[in-house]
Ligand binder design. Structure first.
Ligand SMILES: [Zn+2]
Length: 474
């Protein structure tokens, strides 16, 4: 049996020879002899430019040169949304007495050829409808592209101005952006910054990772009919590359396991740091501080009472509760007098970040090339790029090493400065590392720290992990 191979490569990533290999192997297995190979390079089927080749194939089949057209998949033949034309080609090959073999789709053009045509016609109605909408949008987007205007999402503190199709993105508050980068680079947490700027931690992260803050280039893109158009949109940079990089490096460090959040779930009434921390000696549920006012309006004597388990919140009734003040005073005095240094998990050696910074700088220059029209500026960029490339090539990497290093703060200072959430975190950390439990001795409840109930292996190393990368050692 004689056949022709039909190969089309529409983009650089698709491999022509791999298609030919697949077709050759298939032909050998099924007793075909390939007498002609159509190679279409650089054409996109969605533009219908392969049609002359298909017409030629149909003419060949009519002449009897060969009877079968082999493709790796049917999309090689035609990917246009013009389904009439697609159906026409299939029918023309069939009516010329030919056959199409699609290796990826063994059923193609065989079992239910008429059914397929019917489907194609039915699909067309839908395709037409969405196509009109898409094409209108596409024309608008192409005007935006030609204007090198902005299209896409922006982080907080960014907005656009200007007329339709020519929107210019700009930073509404460069001082806030710089401050956020500096805070992160200085070790402040995303949630703390979020509180200061009324943002979610994720929004703060989005700000940090917005590359245009230092490159001054926003990569805009739009995908239409499987093709993605990208274009650069120029903006005024807000921070320098070094700061951008330092802050993003902190975010990466935070992804390590040592910085996992250990604060526990938030409590409903955070009036005291001891509320919801200790375990009920009777049922193992959580003990809460019971304070506030009586129905008559007089202040209650604060008590620690069983609040049961998280979802049910029912007291077990076996533990009657105790006065809160002595327990609170005892734990508070323990923390308030502790001069142990707080340590933070951080990079203590390594220079890979400097290489990353250089690479970031190189990318920034690369991005600038596409928008620079001034010759002198262009020459300066070339020189700058050469210098940076030389530094990158000559760079010797010292591997990163991370360890706990002092933050300059003591446990007592952290306790004094900390709000309810911070203090609860500290108490929880000690409880998790050493154990902290109510225990009855000679008819009196007392608080026992250490020995009993330690849940973690950190006990042996003497490290009390405060979460968020902070700890102290004993
Ligand atoms: Zn209980």
């Amino acid at each position: 049996m004689l056949a022709a191979a039909f190969v089309r490569v529409s983009t650089g990533s698709q491999d022509e020879t791999s298609q030919i290999k697949v077709i050759d192997a298939h032909a050998q297995e099924h007793g075909f002899t390939i007498v002609k190979t159509f190679k279409l390079r650089g054409f996109s089927a969605s533009q219908g430019t392969q049609e002359p080749a298909l017409r030629e194939a149909i003419a060949d089949i009519q002449r009897g040169d060969y009877g079968t057209l082999i493709v790796t998949e049917s999309s090689r033949l035609d990917r246009r949304e013009d389904l009439d034309a697609q159906a026409e080609i299939l029918l023309a090959i069939r009516s010329a007495g030919g056959d199409i073999v699609s290796i990826a789709e063994p059923e193609f053009g065989k079992t239910d050829f008429t059914g397929r045509i019917v489907t194609l016609v039915a699909q067309q109605a839908n395709a037409e409808k969405s196509k009109t909408v898409k094409d209108t949008t596409y024309r608008g987007i192409m005007m935006i592209r030609d204007n090198r205007a902005h299209h896409g999402a922006l982080p907080s503190f960014w907005a656009t101005k200007g007329v339709r199709y020519a929107k210019q993105a700009y930073c509404t508050d460069p001082n806030a952006i710089t401050d956020i980068y500096e805070r992160v680079a200085g070790g402040e947490s995303l949630s703390s910054i979020g509180r200061a700027y009324n943002l979610y931690p994720q929004s703060v992260k989005n700000i940090l990772q917005f590359a245009a803050h230092h490159t001054g280039i926003i990569e805009c893109s739009y995908t239409h009919q499987g093709r993605t158009e990208t274009w650069p949109h120029m903006v005024t940079p807000v921070v320098d590359s070094a700061l951008w990089w330092r802050a993003n490096r902190v975010i990466e460090t935070n992804l390590t396991g040592a910085r996992a959040h250990k604060g526990g779930r938030p409590v409903g009434r955070p009036e005291n740091w001891l509320s919801g921390v200790l375990d009920c000696p009777a049922c193992g549920g959580k003990i809460y501080l019971n304070a506030g006012l009586t129905p008559a309006g007089r202040p209650r004597t604060p008590k620690l009472r069983c609040g049961g388990y998280a979802k049910k919140r029912l007291a077990c009734g076996a533990f009657a509760g105790i006065d809160a003040e002595p327990v609170i005073d005892l734990i508070a005095s323990m923390f308030a007098s502790d001069t142990t240094e707080i340590l933070a998990f951080q990079r203590i050696a390594g220079n890979a970040h400097e290489l990353d910074a250089l690479n970031a700088e190189a990318r920034k220059i690369q991005a600038r090339f596409s928008v620079t029209e001034d010759d002198d500026e262009f020459d300066a960029l070339v020189a700058e790029r050469k210098a940076i490339k030389a530094r990158i090539e000559g760079f010797v990497i010292t591997p990163d090493a991370y360890d706990y290093a002092p933050t300059g703060q003591t446990v007592a200072e952290m306790w004094a400065d900390g709000d309810t959430a911070v203090r609860r975190g500290m108490v929880r950390a000690v409880k998790a590392a050493w154990g902290m439990a109510l225990s009855a001795r000679e008819g009196q409840w007392e608080i026992v720290i250490g020995a009993a109930g330690a849940q973690s292996t950190e006990e042996t190393s003497g490290i009390i992990d405060l979460g968020n990368g902070l700890c102290f050692r004993r």
